[in-house]
Design a protein. Sequence first.
Length: 143
Amino acid sequence: MIAIVDTAIEAGALITQVRTDACGAVVTFLGVVRETSAADPRPVERIAYEAYASMAVPEMEAIAAEARERFGPIEIAMVHRTGDLALGEASVGVAVAAPHRAAAFDACEYAIDELKARVAVWKQERFRDGDRAWRANTVSKRT
């Protein structure tokens, strides 16, 4: 499952997509809307996400292929949500299943970092004070 979606992201559905009897480890990542922004100290109320799906999905598929090449036999699912999301809602999800945990963790981290750096998704932070600001997708392992 590699997709841009406009409905809620469910971790269980991602796990179902990747889980096999050959895999002893499943790692999931959900990025959720938080009330603080790395780029602005004002409280965030919502985030609106837009994506160019015809570019985003092939790039996500390329990232999945790269993860398989780097980390061995893995199963991977990646989804990014579009639309207006409230605090606590998942905007992006990655699930990776692998025979062993190290590969699953490494592949999951690789996938989300590359997705943030390369995939045609944009977000507009909507602050509690009524102001709005567009933010670029950027790689940051710590934000």
